[in-house]
Design a protein around this ligand. Sequence first.
Ligand SMILES: Cc1cc2nc3c(=O)[nH]c(=O)nc-3n(C[C@H](O)[C@H](O)[C@H](O)COP(=O)(O)OP(=O)(O)OC[C@H]3O[C@@H](n4cnc5c(N)ncnc54)[C@H](O)[C@@H]3O)c2cc1C
Length: 507
Amino acid sequence: MDADVIVVGAGPVGLLLAAELRLAGAEPLVLERLTEPSPLRRSRGIGPLAAEALRRRGLGERLTEHQPERGAQKAREHGSAKDHFAWIHKIDPQLQEEPDRRGVLIWQPDLEAVLGEHAAGLGVAVRRRHTVTGLSPGEDGATVTAGTPTGARRLRAAYVVGCDGGRSTVRKLAGFAFPGTPPLMTARQAHAEVADPGALPPPGRLPGGMLLHGPGGIGTFDFADAHERHEGPVTAEELRASVRRVAGVDVTFTRMDDALRFTDQARQAATYRLGRVLLAGDAAHVHSPNGGQGLNLGLMDAVNLGWKLAAEVRGTAPDGLLDTYTAERHPAGEAVLRNTRAQSALMLPGPHTDALRDIVADLMDIPDVNRYFGRLLSGLGTRYAFPYATPEAHPLTGAHCPDVTLSVAARPGREVPLSRLTTGGRPVLFAPAGGPAVAAAAGWRPGVEVVEVTAVDHPALGGALVRPDGAVAWACAPGEPPGTALLEAALRTWFGSPSSARISRQH
Ligand SMILES: Cc1cc2nc3c(=O)[nH]c(=O)nc-3n(C[C@H](O)[C@H](O)[C@H](O)COP(=O)(O)OP(=O)(O)OC[C@H]3O[C@@H](n4cnc5c(N)ncnc54)[C@H](O)[C@@H]3O)c2cc1C
């Protein structure tokens, strides 16, 4: 074996997955076809769940370095500081249920640099100029063939994970079904200077689609050529032709760079695992970038999969643990495909859609509806269905834990954010000091970090068992004596039997 897990693709999802595997005691090897990280500014930010996941690994400060200037830039380019659904900018951050749980604005190349350094700091090996072209999965592992400058190489691991983007080679070679819907539109955007900006109509909806422009940038959502197949870089002529179709005017670019093309085709792998091969990130799901949800989804795939796959290769995983990856993440992806399809429908040209947009815009003025849209796009409504969670389980079971502040019994007078206790990647149980939950978890120490607390600054939480991916596996309300049956069921489901002490840390 060359590694426990071969991760194909050193994009943001592959880098985070490799780091999570390493933190949980597995040996990943990342194969990437590019010589250097891509400079393309695709994503301009990540959602709240992904931001919290990265804070849990101590990356918070690096993420927020450029936040104020990026916020001002986005507001300028979008013409609004509010978030949008189908470019209806009405989602008010202040109206949301948990306004402090927000995403972070960081351009994708900057994010990849942060994740690359994080992975390197953990000792993750990334082999660039390795283009995966072949895959032979078997009973006890999989062999990958990669083209390199010195010829083809064969590498073997117990598992292979395709984090190789929307056109995933791994997905195709392994035979994953990828059902979904074809594109309604092709979108193009570029940093560009237009010689004759006065010729352009104001940004917004037009008979051919949608035109966006402002100082230094232009973009189209073009419904007229969605079924044309475009390959290669976007040329000035292609963008010019799209502006003509959408807005009916001819423009000349005096400068154009960072041009991107994307569609709103929406497809999702039917399962995220076929034996020894798994998928994560865009390799598992593609959809339009409207609402900026792709990375939130992909990075949460990575943190969900990392600790489970590491337990599997180390032989410590309880039965069925790895299959909970598809069970939990497929519905999360499905929800994003659904809302991005709805956004595409709301962007179709024509008077019928104009009328529908007016109605949706009016509805968004109702605070509960505004929160509904906010929840959709942030992913904060994600709830995993855990098999042991009875109707009596705490309502936050299966949700992702916010970064609560804990008053730790062993350090009187000091308040500790949960994210400071999770940098090593272990699950954490915080629970009332000296109480039954602490006693019940004793057999799972030190694999589970047990923190006795005197207070939690959250109105609904007195204690919680938080998995390495931030999911609340069990919780109790403040002031309520916690029953331990559900807690023990949660500990067994995720971490096996206490006697095996099977999740001791290796790093
Ligand atoms: C215009 C635009 C704007 C967006 N804005 C946002 C946003 O604001 N917020 C958000 O959350 N998301 C956004 N997204 C989506 C986001 O960019 C993607 O979801 C994200 O890049 C997915 O990351 P990934 O690691 O899964 O795949 P990728 O970033 O595509 O990385 C895949 C990696 O695999 C490598 N690779 C591919 N094939 C092979 C092979 N055969 N062998 C070896 N290596 C291979 C590639 O070179 C690449 O490095 C946007 C997308 C676009 C197009």
